[in-house]
Design a protein around this ligand. Structure first.
Ligand code: HEM
Ligand SMILES: [Cu+2]
Length: 659
């Protein structure tokens, strides 16, 4: 009996590696610490009723952003482990198996569990405020999306200590991800972690499209909508067309592994290339999904900190919509070398090059917005200015990669690794940081220390160039991606060492950011944003107090212009009488609900059952999901009204008098 238990435990838990034992201990310690603190300060009820069950888009957004930071830490540790292994030739810090797992989890976590939630966090906190709305279109669904994302992310992350991590690369190409070559549970964690969170992403896409199309304040025609909201629309359109492809593809891979089907196996009539086509039909749009909102953020910031209207508003809107459509026509550029033939390659090379045109238009729009502007260089603007050259180089190396014949040289080399990190870090990560710094006072009601922020900015930037510029050269010298080690005879020694030093600098940059946030929280009372409009902003989110009251707008704004808040301020300065505020009316609000977190926990149980082939878990989990749905369907008490006197009290507390 004891032997059986031991056998089970050694298969169930990942064993044998001191790094993993260290992680086990630190996870246990953190959990115990969190539970103790919550119990000691009697915060469980607060946590449940204020946060875990909330349907308030601002709180959901904050939870997304916190999760993204945790995942940035995890993905960053993975990156540093890999760069340590590659720092010098013939290093034996990580075994080849372990290296495979780490690049896989790093890639998946960074894209799906760091970039996506960071982006959804910013959508959530800002879009309703920019539109002059009181919440998203479907607040309950929004909460469910968050908890599905969170369950999926946790399911994926526990593979690291239970059962074993996936190791077939971030896109899990068959045949290597098939059962025959990959019999462990790692790939099953991959499938279910992504499936569960992917459903959440799809629902977020739907939610924000409806919010943007239906919930704009009276008078806000589409062509008067702030650019960030436009970018969210373009990104969500790509989400609703691409995420179903991901779900279907992973479902087929699941059937191969779980039920012995042969969709992507080499025998039984399957074809791995089918998977590779399908996964990139999602995968390429996915990179635009995450970068388009960053473009939106930069557009807002450039206009605000140059004190000018965004140059070429209309061309920006068209550029974003065109990119969102074109992104569905380029997927095969990820496998020019895999035998599609010259005609097919030529088509995909051309469509890829076409994307450079709308992208170039945007860069000029930003530059012209800055031209002759009264620019100031606070954090959000610094990140924007850091982004532009970085993104231009990243974009241009992308055009090089799109030249199909040349790609036979670049493919799967460090040149590619350098390229995609340059667009993803320089574009996406810098963009979200810019957004976070820009909207931080709106979220939390206080400003962050600019000096620590500048240190973080410079460490990120210098670290970035040191880390990734040498990798272009290494790629041209023949270093392929996903190699665990290389010989002294290759001549790759210096470049790799420099690259690792750069990665360490980025690690330090992250610590500066953590310090900056901790410092900000500690000294928040000295840095309160009492105006609600700390940067002299242009769009509606700056017209309300910081942090925004839970109903956002006491009275829905009447929009007449693009950059409506800016125009309103101008009119006031010019001495025009401000229209008398409309009469307050009771506000219709959604009620909190525990169903989303419970339903997502059930999905987690079911996913866990699928991973380990434990049928009772599957049945219990899915039954829980069904019951949650039923209970919610028959719940008619989903909303309430905030009475006028409560609104008056809240507004007065926030320093606003509304009559
Ligand atoms: C912060 C600094 C970062 C460093 C130092 C870093 C480093 C690395 C390294 C060493 C690899 C493995 C290369 C190989 O062996 O082929 C890698 C792969 C990858 N990284 Fe990063 N990375 C960073 C940030 C990011 C971010 C922010 C993202 C996305 C949001 C990202 C996405 C990926 C992806 C998708 C892969 C490919 C994984 C695969 O081959 O399956 N990385 N990175
Ligand atoms: Cu692509």
């Amino acid at each position: 009996m004891w032997e059986k238990v031991q056998n089970f435990a050694s298969e169930f838990f990942v064993t044998g590696d001191p790094l993993i034992y260290g992680a086990d201990v630190s996870i246990a310690v953190t959990l115990i610490a969190v539970i103790t603190v919550l119990t000691y300060f009697k915060k469980w009820k607060w946590l449940w009723s204020e946060w875990l069950t909330t349907v308030d888009h601002k709180k959901i957004g904050i939870m997304y952003i916190i999760s993204a930071f945790l995942m940035l830490f995890r993905g960053g540790v993975d990156a540093l482990l890999m760069r340590t292994q590659l720092a010098v030739p013939e290093m034996s810090f990580l075994t080849p198996d372990h290296y495979n797992q780490i690049f896989t989890t790093h890639g998946v976590i960074m894209i799906l569990f760091m970039a996506m939630p960071f982006m959804f966090g910013l959508f959530n906190v800002i879009v309703p405020l920019q539109l002059g709305a009181r919440d998203v279109a479907f607040p309950f669904l929004n909460s469910l999306s968050f908890w599905l994302f969170f369950s999926g992310a946790m399911l994926f992350n526990i593979s690291f200590v239970i059962g074993g991590s996936p190791d077939a690369g971030w896109l899990a190409y068959p045949p290597y991800s098939e059962l025959m070559y990959n019999p462990g549970v790692g790939q099953d964690f991959y499938i279910w972690g992504i499936q569960i969170s992917g459903i959440g992403s799809l629902m977020t896409g739907i939610n924000f499209i409806v919010t943007i199309l239906k919930m704009r304040a009276p008078g806000m025609k589409l062509m008067k909508m702030p650019m960030f909201s436009w970018s969210v629309l373009s990104s969500c359109i790509a989400i609703i067309f691409s995420f179903p492809i991901l779900t279907a593809t992973l479902a087929l891979l699941f059937l191969d592994r779980y039920a012995g089907a042969h969709f992507f196996t080499l025998d039984g009539g399957g074809n791995p290339m089918m998977y590779i086509n399908l996964i990139w039909m999602w995968g390429h749009p996915e990179v635009y999904i995450i970068v388009l909102p960053a473009f939106g953020i930069f557009s807002e910031i450039v206009a605000t900190f140059s004190k000018k209207k965004l140059f070429g508003y209309k061309s920006m809107v068209y550029a974003m919509m065109i990119i969102s459509i074109l992104s569905f026509l380029v997927w095969a550029h990820h496998f020019f070398t895999m035998g599609s033939g010259a005609d097919v390659n030529a088509f995909f090379a051309l469509t890829t090059m076409l994307i450079a045109i709308p992208t170039g238009v945007k860069v000029f729009n930003w530059l012209f917005t800055m031209f002759r502007g009264k620019i100031t260089f606070e954090s959000p603007m610094l990140w924007t200015i850091g982004f532009i050259p970085c993104f231009i180089v990243g974009g241009l190396t992308g055009v090089l990669l799109s030249v199909a014949p040349a790609d036979f040289q670049f493919h799967n080399s460090y040149f590619l690794v350098a390229h995609f990190h340059q667009v993803i870090i320089g574009g996406v990560v810098f963009g979200y940081f810019a957004g976070l710094y820009y909207w931080w006072p709106k979220l939390f009601g206080f400003k962050l220390n600019e000096r620590i922020g500048k240190w973080a900015f410079w460490f990120w930037n210098i670290g970035f160039y040191l880390c990734f510029m040498p990798q272009y050269v290494l790629g041209l010298m023949g270093m392929t991606r996903r190699v665990v080690s290389y010989g002294w005879d290759k001549g790759w020694y210096e470049m790799n060492l420099v690259s690792t030093i750069g990665a360490v600098l980025m690690g330090i940059a992250f610590l500066f950011q953590v310090w900056q946030i901790a410092h900000g929280v500690k000294h928040r009372n000295a840095n309160l944003d009492t105006t609600g409009d700390p940067w002299n902003g242009r769009t509606l989110e700056w017209s309300i107090p910081s942090p925004a009251p839970h109903y956002n707008f006491a009275v829905l704004p009447q929009v007449t212009d693009q950059d409506d808040w800016w125009e309103r301020k101008l009119r006031k300065q010019e001495g025009h009488a401000t229209p008398a505020p409309a009469k307050l009316e009771p506000i219709h609000m959604p009620k909190n609900s525990g169903i989303p977190i419970i339903m997502s926990a059930c999905w987690f149980v079911a996913g866990f059952g699928f991973v380990f082939h434990w049928t009772p878990f599957i049945i219990a989990g899915l039954a829980g999901v069904a019951i949650s749905m039923l209970v919610h369907s028959f719940n008619y008490k989903t909303d309430y009204y905030i009475p006028v006197d409560e609104i008056v009290r809240t507004e007065a507390k926030k320093g606003r008098v509304t009559g």
